[in-house]
Design a protein around this ligand. Structure first.
Ligand code: SAH
Length: 380
């Protein structure tokens, strides 16, 4: 600890070594072990910077539990498997998932629980949340540390916290956006020399105007490929839930949130949460390239309703006071209404084979290749 703020350290680093990429900036802000956002802040819940779906209602994790029970049975109820959550936050989703999964004691008996979490502080909270539950978690730094065996994996609002690179279109192509210093020594965006190869451009980028921004997410895609590889090898399925888009396209989605309001991305490094929207098409292509099958993503609202959100809400509210029933009704709205989390949030399912897993019914289209250039130039 040298006592300097993360902002002061970033300014020193940039003045000594030159501008850094947006991805490096995002990584420092979120993951710096002394002053990074996840190392220091209590982001979740009503008092935090943002409220995630598991913190809105227990129904969210319970329905994900119902999904995995079906997936487990569809796989012939293997007698041993890895149950994994990436980036579990407070551990709430897993606690609720396990409540639902406990309806099938054989599921619990076959499961080994692992939480992939880098923040020591959050690991403690997760261990406490799960302390009286049916399974004791093992903590892992990365997927590669998991034992072999069939895999059931969930990641909610995990990928949006992984670093993205940004590229800006100018007269000569797309160049990497950087964070540098103004004449007055403050953090400012600039454009660096690194050019995005044409082979990495999605089709829609060929029609972009000067000044438009394109994001790439190599860290996220590498994890999706690792999950895909594992599913293809050992079987199982994975759910990725996050806000994002299902067709690659230009757009600046990097955002900072502080106390539930948007903040300037460069203003409060380490204090504000920084996220970017997830490119689900790129995740599906990466997993598919590693041998897994992807299903057409569902919007969160549709996913939850098909899994029985209304029935679960009815059962939870039955015989309760009007106040409790109103709270449950509000939670349903919040999770599933199109103008709340229902449409912006998407659910991607990956599997080791192409057997449908409810409620997903069609295979995803990974043939286009978001990273392919049109073969006949800009008019293709
Ligand atoms: N899933 C939770 C929390 C999402 S916040 C919820 O829905 O409430 C993101 C989580 O991912 C945090 O727990 C954070 O510490 C963790 N995280 C961020 N980057 C990570 C990485 N590279 N490896 C493992 N965990 C990470």
């Amino acid at each position: 600890m040298n006592g300097k703020s993360l902002k002061a350290r970033l300014i020193e680093r940039i003045s000594a070594h030159g501008p850094i990429t947006v991805a490096d900036y995002m990584l420092s802000c979120l993951a710096d072990s002394e002053a990074g956002y996840y190392a220091t802040r209590e982001p979740f819940g009503e008092k935090g910077d943002f409220i995630t779906a598991p913190e809105v209602s227990q129904m969210f994790g319970e329905l994900i539990g119902a999904f995995f029970l079906q997936a487990y049975e569809a796989m012939g109820s293997p007698n041993s498997f890895q149950l994994v959550e990436m980036g579990p936050g407070r551990g709430t989703l897993m606690k609720d998932l396990l409540r639902m999964a406990s309806l099938r004691p054989e599921f619990i008996a076959a499961a080994q629980l692992s939480l992939v979490e880098t923040s020591a502080r959050l690991r403690e909270i997760q261990a406490k949340t799960l302390a009286n539950g049916p399974l004791t978690p093992r903590f892992r730094n990365q997927l590669a540390d998991l034992p072999p065996g069939p895999l059931f994996l969930v990641a909610n609002e995990f990928f949006d916290a992984l670093p993205v690179h940004q590229f800006v279109k100018d007269a000569n192509g797309w160049h990497e956006r950087q964070v540098g210093l103004s004449d007055g020594g403050q953090l400012v965006f600039g454009i660096g020399p690194t050019r995005l190869p044409d082979t990495d451009l999605p089709r829609t980028a060929h029609f972009a105007d000067t000044g438009e921004i394109l994001e790439t997410q190599p860290a996220s895609n590498a994890i999706a490929a690792e999950i895909g590889n594992r599913l293809a090898r050992d079987g199982g399925s994975a759910l990725v839930i996050d806000y994002g888009y299902t067709k690659s396209a230009p757009g600046d989605t990097l955002q900072a949130l502080c106390n539930q309001t948007f903040d300037n991305v460069l203003a409060n490094p380490g204090t504000a949460d920084l996220t970017a929207h997830v490119n689900f098409e790129a995740l599906a292509i990466a997993a598919h390239g590693a041998g897994a099958v992807s299903f057409t993503p569902l919007e969160q609202g549709e996913f939850l309703l098909k899994l029985g959100l209304l029935e679960r809400a009815g059962a939870l509210g039955s015989g309760k006071s009007p106040d409790v029933q109103n709270t449950i009704r509000d939670a349903v709205e919040r999770l599933a209404a199109p103008d709340q989390m229902g449409r912006l949030f998407k659910v991607l399912a990956l599997s080791g084979n192409s057997r449908p897993i409810k409620p997903f019914d069609s295979l995803g289209d990974t043939s286009q290749g978001s990273d392919k250039v049109p073969e006949t130039g800009a008019n293709a």
